[in-house]
Design a protein around this ligand. Sequence first.
Ligand SMILES: [Zn+2]
Ligand SMILES: [Zn+2]
Length: 174
Amino acid sequence: MLESKKFVYLIAFGLEKRLLLGVSKNIKEVFGFEVRTSHVETIPNFGYEPSRGQYRADALLEYISRLYYPDMLKLVALFPFDLYHEGFNFVFGVAPLGGSHALVSTYRLYDGDERLYFERVCKEVNHELGHTFGLPHCKRQGCVMNFSNSLWEVDRKTRFLCERCKDVISTRFS
Ligand SMILES: [Zn+2]
Ligand SMILES: [Zn+2]
């Protein structure tokens, strides 16, 4: 094995623990890595833009990037408020390609259906996590690496990686 025991860390700011456990099971299932979860009550106040009522995704990501654990492979943070990024009215999440940290907002994913909400959170987490593993956007039908900037586009894809994207991860990281 290339790596000694490494974990994907899933940190949730102010979200229900039940969601955290479900998403962590999903990560294990889709990526094959063990997951450590952590629940943080306090919402970080980095990158908040009062004029927009939104958080600047890159500023918050920078804050989150200070979180580091010795046995950490990647870290995904779940955030309950709305994020935006230069050129976009909002983003569901951000992650630098091949980086170690990803940020996902649950804010726009809930519209009354709990099951759908859970599916969407899993999809956005898997998508951003995929970027940290070096996966670019993928156009194959159903692949979680399809680009999405609307709920319609989120619902159209699955929470799974297509065979090609899965191969990239298993050759690079196992
Ligand atoms: Zn993307
Ligand atoms: Zn793909």
